[in-house]
Design a binder for this molecule. Structure first.
Ligand SMILES: NC(=O)c1ccc[n+]([C@@H]2O[C@H](COP(=O)([O-])OP(=O)(O)OC[C@H]3O[C@@H](n4cnc5c(N)ncnc54)[C@H](OP(=O)(O)O)[C@@H]3O)[C@@H](O)[C@H]2O)c1
Length: 164
């Protein structure tokens, strides 16, 4: 079975974004996101899809939406429900990264095998999208890297679901 891996960058209060955009710009974190997701499938909600400047190269996009499939480019996989996603997931021989946004993270957080977070050491009062509550006791926490030179500081942390 392929793994379902959530990947997100969050502030200290689990802030995710504002006005359908990220609140911060951390170039090295965008590179980290690219390194993690490159050559894999990425699953996202329609709003996160709309927030992208273009399709991300070398990744197969899976978009969740209630809208008709023919309103999307031909080279993306369009999914109209979680049930449909679960059927399509069975036919994908690859790990699937759930890349947002708030609504989609909430729908998949209980199913995810891993959560990879960029934990940003700052608060963002302007946020209007938040990552869902994490049941920390259900995961083993591994620090991948720490960046204390950037302002704000941030850590890359992997939460691995226990008993999988
Ligand atoms: N910090 C980060 O790492 C990060 C990552 C990604 C996004 N973000 C931020 O998150 C915010 C966007 O999040 P969001 O919650 O507003 O939107 P979203 O989760 O990206 O998309 C929500 C949309 O997805 C579709 N959808 C979700 N579940 C569905 C289902 N079960 N069946 C059919 N369609 C479904 C619906 O689209 P339709 O309306 O088309 O039906 C829904 O309106 C932005 O601020 C963005 O910048 C942050």
């Amino acid at each position: 079975m392929n793994k379902l891996i959530i990947i997100a960058a969050v502030g200290k209060n689990l802030e995710l974004g504002y006005n359908n955009n990220l609140i911060w710009h951390i170039k090295e974190d965008l590179q980290f996101f690219k390194n993690q997701t490159i050559n894999h499938h990425i699953l996202m909600g329609s709003k996160t899809y709309l927030s992208l400047p273009k399709l991300l190269p070398n990744r197969k996009h899976i978009i969740l939406t209630s809208k008709p499939k023919n309103t999307y480019p031909e080279d993306v996989i369009v999914i109209n429900s979680i049930d449909e996603f679960n059927i399509v997931r069975d036919s994908i021989n690859d790990d699937i990264y759930v890349i947002g946004g708030a609504y989609v993270y909430k729908e998949f957080i209980n199913d995810a095998d891993e959560i990879i977070l960029t934990e940003i050491d700052d608060e963002f009062s302007k946020a209007d999208a938040y990552f869902p509550k994490i049941m920390y006791e259900d995961y083993d926490r591994v620090i991948i890297s720490e960046n204390k030179n950037n302002i704000p500081n941030y850590k890359h942390v992997k939460y691995i679901k226990k008993n999988r």
